[in-house]
Write a protein that binds this ligand. Sequence first.
Ligand SMILES: *Cc1c(COP(=O)(O)O)cnc(C)c1O
Length: 485
Amino acid sequence: MGVSDVRTETDIRMLICGSEQSIIEGLKRIDANAKGMIFVVDNEERFLGAVTDGDIRRSIIAGGPLDASIGDLLRGKESISMPVNTPVVELLSLVNQSIKIIPLLDDNGRVTDYFEFQAKFHAAIASTHLDGNELNYVLRCLSTNWISSQGSFVTQFENDFAQFLGMKHAASAMNGTAALHLALLALGIGPGDEVIVPDLTFAATINAVLYTGATPVIVDVQEASWCVDPDAIKNNISSKTRAIIPVHLYGQPCDMPQIMDIADRHGLYVVEDCAQAHGAEISGRRVGSFGHINCFSFFANKIITTGEGGVCVTDNEEWVERMRILRDHGMNKDRRYWHDVVGYNYRMTNLQAAIGVAQLEKIDVILRKRDQIRGWYENNLADCGEFEMQNIIPGTRSVTWLFSTLFHGKRVDRETFIARLKKSGVDARPFFFALSAMPVYRAHARDICHVSHGLSARGVNLPTLMGLDEEAYVRIARTVKECIQ
Ligand SMILES: *Cc1c(COP(=O)(O)O)cnc(C)c1O
């Protein structure tokens, strides 16, 4: 999606009108080109100025003669033009309510091209970017009939992903929520146990706890990192606490060294929810390599995708075996159709894994592009004073999932801002609701989670579409600025 299209000679010809032509000729030309304007040139085809249909209308209303020449309308009028090689970013900065089309001139002052700001623009919050080997590998599944949950891509994806994190084992699952559920089951968590979860997260984190019959305990997050507060964890540990699920929210790593220390001292399991932070690091070590079993999601809007999909990683062979049995109906590995436990059908298909293998091949490129997008937003939004950028916590490498920022709302409130953006073609999302704000989960919070509620009320996520270039993000940032006026 670009903002300027390749132009043909005819297109430009349709916009050009000699200064000696009559007003009627000019109007005919405007009628034919449907741009509402013409570029007026001298007899050497050099640009003299632009005339709009409004200029002609005003001249006629003021009693100007119909047989006047188009050139006469340029008197006292200033027109904008730019050299043909002007960067689009610069052209965009010239666009305003009345200037939407800018003639681009060669060294001799002739119109060789023009820039047009397209009013129609749509930026979804996220989209898949399947430009690598995805199609190739999926076709391989189709042509070999391995489209279900057996096939070499499943094993390859598990091996590749474990290696990406420097972990020994990975068990794939049909989605990230199933992965969390499997992890908790493998650790033996169930009724009577308590599991600590942050108040600010996607609901799948707490739902997975509830599926096991265990009791979630919702705790507050930190103002600086938006992630679970280690002190709040400590304050909520009871004799029933069995596990903690830290969520690396919006690409930001949790304070894993401190959380692992708390867990070790109290004999608790840690299940990292890395659904929004593939590739994030703490002191050079990737998230998903700290806890006992750690889970990722590959839903279509996540950093890398398999359409729907998830994975659990661990260094423990017994746990990974248990998860593989549980995801496969609880079937005995050596005796087919013999069931030792009540299991689930939580398997990932070979088709999903094929996409996953291709996505993982280029995760470095994806992460780099996402950081670049974040930089473009920060550069273009810093001066408007409405956004508090996501902190970089010392010693960590956060990743960019969405462009997540806190909105001050000095001139318009957040909901108005988001609604205006949507109207202008930019999808924005508010932060998640605090879990404790929702009646279905409220009873699981012992403390009031002030920080989480505050962040939830202020946070805005902007699109991070991989296929857009800098000019598109400059444009989105412009739209953002227009929507806060
Ligand atoms: C997306 C997400 C999940 C669930 O993943 P699905 O693959 O959609 O089931 C879990 N936790 C968090 C924090 C998420 O963002």
